[in-house]
Design a protein around this ligand. Structure first.
Ligand SMILES: Cc1ncc(COP(=O)(O)O)c(C=O)c1O
Length: 386
């Protein structure tokens, strides 16, 4: 049996895979089993920060693997401590809890919110305000925090305690605060899976003020937007706000599993010994790779991500059949004249990999993508969108 046959026989059918087996890659280029080249503007859904086969990152991981691959969280290890220090120094936050995925990072944020609620108002203070069209993960609690009913079907009852406001509608947030015993707000600043919806600065700043006034933890999900993707190290940095908690994952690991729940002053002491844990969280090899990635996301590099994002946006806006372009940096979405699934498969046939976000087409290039590759991508898209 070939890989596709083995996979469909033995791997749970939870993914509608594209008919393509990727066997290797370099930078923004991926190759299938027959050697056909693809320009990959999805980077493993915002994971491969420096693309495929990045030597600097791979060397950091592999040298760590050969000296110490894992010890458990019963012992101290240098890469974990170093990564936590780097994240705190670059963000002004205070403490980090490491896990293995975005959903787990968000589970930690939800536990922090509950712990804050308990401290603030006792057992009944546990409601978390989330947004419609959000996506926070596939575990039961993160599904419950996700504002899209389509993901909830089949899995009822979900954990209680999540209420939903409309993105951009500050009155809906105020109403939820009045009507519920709330401990936190939790949102993405660019809703990735929800259609690359960028929240307005004014709305976010008002939610931030409301959170402060009402003693709610202000928590931001940076699982997709984080680690340089939007042209800042974390997307909240575009908004002149400082979260009490932010979560990240995906691009932090550059291709290996990691999640991080990053706590500011207000949240740093909410969890104590025994309150939370993860066998693999803070794994030395994964953290050594993440230290390499975060160290390379300098201001100069991030300005280039912004410039490439603006360049790509402009080229897309000049392309017939493309409209409603949204996003920032290397996280963009747009509507095409043709149905998005049709555009995605036509592009793949022509050697370009892009993905969906609701009814939009989403572009998440590796941050090292070149201008020539962006030109080529737009040229292919132009021939598929109408
Ligand atoms: C904003 C956001 N939060 C959470 C998650 C869940 O992350 P993971 O799949 O690593 O659990 C995702 C995944 O797409 C995401 O985009």
């Amino acid at each position: 049996m070939n890989t596709k046959e083995l996979d469909s026989k033995y791997v749970a059918h939870t993914y509608a895979r594209f008919p393509l087996e990727i066997v290797r890659g370099k930078g923004a280029l991926a190759y299938d089993e027959e050697g056909k080249e693809y320009l990959d503007l999805s980077s493993g859904i915002a994971v491969n920060t420096f693309g495929y086969g990045d030597e600097e990152w791979a060397n950091s991981v592999s040298s760590q693997l050969l000296s110490l691959q894992h010890t458990s969280n019963l012992y101290y290890t240098s890469p974990c401590a170093t990564l936590a220090k780097l994240l705190c120094e670059k963000t002004g936050m205070s403490k980090v809890f490491f896990s293995n995925s975005g959903a787990e990072a968000n589970e930690c944020a939800i536990k922090l919110a509950r712990a804050h609620g308990e401290k603030k108002g006792g057992k009944d203070c546990f409601k978390i305000i989330c947004l419609e069209s959000s996506f926070h993960g596939r575990t039961l609690a993160t599904l419950a925090a996700t504002g899209q009913a389509v993901f909830h079907e089949k899995f009822q009852p979900l954990p209680e305690g999540f209420v939903f406001a409309k993105a951009g509608d500050i009155e809906s947030v105020e109403k939820l605060i009045e009507e519920n015993n709330c401990c936190a707000v939790f949102m993405e600043l660019i809703q990735g899976e929800g259609g690359v919806n960028v929240l307005e600065k004014e709305f976010v700043q008002k939610v931030y003020s409301l959170a402060k006034e009402n003693d709610l933890l202000f928590m931001i999900d940076e699982v997709q937007t984080g680690n340089g993707r939007t042209g800042k190290l974390y997307a909240y940095m575009h908004y002149d706000v400082k979260p009490d908690v932010f979560t990240t994952a995906k691009g932090l690991g550059g291709g290996l599993p990691i999640g991080a729940c990053v706590m500011g002053e207000k949240a740093q002491d909410l969890l104590s010994f025994g309150d939370h844990g993860s066998t693999f969280g803070g794994n030395p090899a994964v953290c050594a790779g993440a230290v390499n990635i975060i160290s390379r996301l300098t201001d100069e590099f991030l300005s280039e991500v912004t410039a490439k994002g603006e360049y790509l946006k402009k080229k897309l806006s000049e392309t017939e059949g493309i409209r409603e372009i949204s996003g920032m940096g290397m996280m963009l979405g747009f509507l095409a004249e043709k149905e998005s699934a049709e555009v995605i498969s036509a592009a793949r046939e022509k050697g370009l990999l892009v993905i969906k976000a609701k009814n939009k087409i989403r572009l998440l290039p590796p941050l090292c993508v070149t201008y020539e590759q962006l030109d080529k991508a737009v040229e292919i898209l132009a021939s598929c969108v109408r």
